[in-house]
Design a protein around this ligand. Structure first.
Ligand SMILES: [Fe+2]
Length: 484
């Protein structure tokens, strides 16, 4: 076959775009949120024109994994086809693992290990395990809060993880929900059936339910946050009048390329999470033996620094939805199960505007964490690796001192959140907190009894002025109606 005829001054791409490795990330990725990808570590191993030929090349085995029912509308279908050395079913019977007392999945008033409370609260940086105590990613999972339960495929859980040991011949498979992981300290080198991802603080990674992963800690430690959603999938928010560009751009989401190991001499253990309980089974081959795959039910990562911050530039405040990176639909039409909001550096240039977050009582529950930098909120203390909780409908806002400053300050253009990333999980349900969060972290902050005692209510200083205006308008003055 002769080479295609190309004019001397022309160039021809040799393949689809993949990213280039960096000093902190040795892997390359395909790009594009929600694309249908095709990737093969050995050329020619993806069958053409069909998924299940009678015999795949090199006797590979075809296996499908899906994240939506077969009859789901085409636009929402999520699935992938693997071409692997041995099918996943080749394993020994399951055994129950010892219960992790810090792991919860059922958030109900009937579960004595979780408690609903309308009291806001905060935690300082969650502690890493002692170096003398080896803890891997699975052992380091600790549940903070949640609502619903995975057996109903309704609700979510929020966990933290603190680990100091890489998983060896072991993989984790979460059958309960899709996990959005935000490393705060230490990179996660995540081997998946789809390939490898290196995820560093400042990035998020999403692992769909039912996908096996092995987590290594190239920096020796790992701490971070996880939001696990039951029965739903993360999607990009609609853009409305923003148009087709801005916020989190689909092209900035990175998806692994096929990568496989050959290991038929070691025993591997696969740990499965179901309804918050752990089970394990052994097999005599690596689960990471996928030579080629295609589909759209994949893990992916995204660097939060790439978020296009489109917050207000004239006057007034945008709703916090302007900071939404990913959202997940609930089963109620037009109500999100959760939204992940990210607070990245931006210019604050608004005129005649109260610039700090306005005082509010939200239907949604707010859980905030911080990846790095300094939090500037005046009524809460949030440090990297810590967390704050604002329950649904409970009031919150800035301190009196901050209010005084903000209502009398000049308003020059200001760069804010420089070298800082904080995030908020904006959760539609009432969440219950676990006994681990309330009793065992050792990092729960004391309630500040006198936090709001200095609020004087400046309106009362203006009563004579108010009365003059009322009289001028032909109305009775206030002091005739009330004793102050
Ligand atoms: Fe809030």
């Amino acid at each position: 076959m002769s080479a295609p005829s190309i004019a001397p001054s022309s160039a021809l791409a040799r393949g689809a775009f993949t990213t280039t490795p960096t000093p902190s990330d040795p892997y390359c990725y395909q790009v594009g949120f929600g694309n249908r990808f095709a990737t093969e570590a050995i050329p020619g191993t993806l069958p053409l024109g069909q998924n299940t030929p009678q015999r795949c090349k090199y006797d590979l085995v075809s296996e499908q994994l899906n994240g939506t029912p077969f009859v789901a509308p085409r636009a929402s279908q999520l699935h992938a086809w693997f071409y692997r050395i041995k099918p996943s079913v080749v394993h020994k019977p399951l055994k129950r693992w010892p219960k992790n007392p810090d792991l919860e999945a059922v958030f109900s008033a009937l579960n004595p290990n979780t408690i609903f409370t309308p009291q806001d609260m905060g935690w300082d940086k969650f502690p890493l395990p002692e170096p003398s105590q080896p803890v891997d990613f699975i052992g380091g999972l600790k549940t903070i809060a949640g609502h619903g339960e995975p057996s109903l495929k309704e609700g979510l859980a929020v966990h933290v993880y603190m680990a100091n040991t890489s998983m060896q011949n072991k993989a984790f498979c979460n059958n309960d929900g899709e996990m959005l992981i935000l490393p705060q300290e230490g990179r996660l080198d995540i081997q998946t059936e789809f390939g490898r991802l290196m995820v560093q603080p400042g990035e998020l990674v999403v692992i769909p339910a039912g996908v096996r992963i092995k987590v290594s800690l190239p920096d020796g430690i790992g701490r971070g946050y996880i939001q696990e959603i039951y029965g739903s999938h993360y999607v990009l928010p609609e853009l409305g009048p923003i148009g087709s560009n801005g916020m989190a751009m689909p092209r900035d989401f990175e998806i692994p390329v096929a990568s496989f190991d050959i290991d038929h001499s070691n025993t591997w253990e696969i740990v499965v999470k179901l309804a918050g309980e752990l089970f394990g089974y052994e097999q005599n081959h690596t689960p990471f033996d996928v030579v080629a795959w295609h589909g759209n039910y994949t893990p992916y990562k995204y660097a939060l620094e790439k978020f296009i911050n489109s917050a207000t530039v004239d006057r007034e405040q945008s709703d916090p939805s302007i900071y939404c990176v990913l959202t997940a639909p609930s089963k109620v039409s037009s109500i999100a199960l959760t939204e992940l909001l990210v607070f990245t550096p931006k210019w604050n240039v608004t005129t005649n505007t109260f610039r700090p977050p306005y005082y509010h009582r939200n239907v949604a529950t707010e859980l905030m964490g911080m990846i790095y930098g300094t939090w500037t909120g005046s009524a809460t203390h949030l440090e990297p690796g810590g967390l704050t909780y604002e329950p649904s409908f409970m009031p919150h806002g800035e301190s009196y001192k901050r209010w005084k400053e903000a209502t009398s300050a000049d308003l020059p253009p200001l760069r804010v959140n420089e070298r800082a990333i904080a995030f908020m999980m904006h959760i539609s349900g009432h969440i219950s907190l676990t006994k681990y969060a309330l009793e065992r972290t050792g990092k729960l902050q004391e309630q500040r009894e006198d936090l709001w005692d200095d609020w004087s209510g400046g309106f009362l200083d203006h009563l004579s002025e108010v009365n003059q205006d009322l009289i001028k308008a032909g109305l009775p003055p206030l002091d005739k109606l009330n004793k102050f």
